[in-house]
Design a protein around this ligand. Structure first.
Ligand SMILES: [Ca+2]
Length: 413
């Protein structure tokens, strides 16, 4: 073995060690089945909460497997005509039509696309006017002069084929890990993007960098006039590796999920221009010192915000999430967990809606790693497993797209 190879191996091992939690996840085998509600918070002023397992027979949905043998599905969206579009991280967009996964991908990305570590083809969202304009947006990693970066591009669909229409935002710092990658349209019609810190934590506190941010652009790639920092796509900053976005259906308030360093995974309630602390604070930590970032020679000073919820010493590895808008779980937030191998169901305090009242765990260790969850127009819920991503144990049929169909409630008819 030559020295360069040994050095490279050493660097890769260091990167892997730096990214993974130092403690193994708590799988609650020693925990009581259902801690009382008052025991949920670690201490009275901690924002950490333990997830209470829900028994499967209590879940008011039936399980249906929609598709099998997917390859690391990362994001999905459903068209009005019923087609389900999804990304596979190695670089393909697939479609499920009339309940069947079509063999032929809609597009396979050529170079400079790269799929390395946690990078690759990540977010996907349909244009709110997809049935009219057939636009679809994806977030993917690419290589430029030896560096990994990420970009948001617009594709156009014609008869189950996809063609690149335009590059909307590029040069988002990337790396083997911490690429962010979630795309969602807000109620304001703007496209929101989660960007990770690209393994360079200080970038999250630098408003001149797109890393470690939630970004907001118009669907044509231009910057909205009312973005918090003039001429910049930055919507909020101080994020580590955010991968989930959803708006509360009644108050239209945006929340995001984010991977913490060693446990301390977070749920944040996002305000335009606010700073969510990474890497200065995480979890329950507070800082009386505001953060300062210099933009065009001017100091921008913002207090550091704490999350509304974090995982304490447990690792959830939260990714895609959705508020449920109808049915038995209306207004509750579902968050897909990778390492946590569950879906968290978060109930907000109904009066304040900025405090978490309860966290429950659905399907813990039942389906393995879960990447994202969304709601269909009929109130069904859809989620995808990620057991083929090199960190999981492949189960029969993986990776799978699972649908949860609401059970009929006779008492309400
Ligand atoms: Ca934070």
């Amino acid at each position: 073995m030559n020295r360069a190879f040994i050095l490279l191996t050493g660097i890769i091992l260091l990167l892997l060690a730096g990214c993974r939690p130092t403690t193994e996840p708590v799988l609650d085998t020693s925990q009581p089945e259902t801690p009382s509600r008052s025991e949920q918070r670690d201490t009275s002023d901690s924002l950490a909460m333990e997830a209470v397992p829900v028994r499967e027979e209590e879940i008011p949905y039936t399980i249906e497997v929609v598709a099998e043998h997917l390859h690391i599905p990362w994001a999905l969206d459903i068209a009005e005509d019923g087609r389900i579009f999804l990304t596979e991280r190695p670089g393909q967009v697939r479609v499920i039509q009339d309940g069947k996964l079509r063999e032929e991908p809609l597009i396979s990305f050529p170079a400079p696309f790269v799929s390395k570590g946690e990078g690759g083809l990540l977010g996907l969202v349909l244009d709110p006017e997809f049935s009219r304009n057939h636009y679809l947006y994806v977030y993917h990693s690419y290589q430029e002069a030896g560096n990994v970066k990420n970009r948001v591009i617009r594709l156009v669909e014609r008869e189950n084929r996809l063609f690149v229409d335009s590059i909307l935002l590029d040069g988002i710092p990337g790396n083997v890990f911490h690429n962010g990658g979630r795309l969602k349209f807000g109620p304001d019609g703007y496209l929101y993007i989660t960007a990770g810190d690209a393994l360079d934590p200080n970038l999250a506190q630098d408003l001149n960098s797109l890393a470690g941010k939630i970004l907001r652009i118009r669907p044509d790639g231009t910057i909205p006039d009312d973005n918090p920092f003039a001429g910049s796509p930055v919507y909020s900053w101080g994020h580590r590796n955010p991968q989930g976005l959803s708006w509360h259906p009644e108050i239209q308030q945006l929340f995001s999920s984010e991977h913490g360093q060693s446990a301390h995974d977070e749920l944040n309630r996002l305000e335009a221009g606010a700073n969510y602390g990474w890497p200065v604070i995480e979890g329950d930590q507070q800082s009386s010192e505001p953060a300062v970032s210099v933009v065009d020679g001017v100091n921008v000073t913002k207090p550091l915000q704490r999350p509304v919820l974090h995982s304490g010493g447990t690792t959830w590895a939260p990714s895609g999430m959705t508020f449920v808008t109808r049915g038995p779980w209306k207004n509750q937030l579902l968050i897909a967990n990778l390492r946590g191998q569950q879906i968290l169901k978060v109930t907000l305090d109904p009066s304040s809606r900025n405090e978490v009242k309860q966290v429950e765990s659905l399907f813990r260790n039942r389906f393995g790693r879960i990447r994202t969850v969304m709601e269909g127009a009929d109130g069904s819920l859809y989620f995808v497993t990620n057991n083929r991503d090199g960190r999981g144990r492949e189960l029969n049929g993986d990776d799978r797209l699972i649908r949860l169909i609401p059970k009929r409630d006779e008492s309400k008819e």
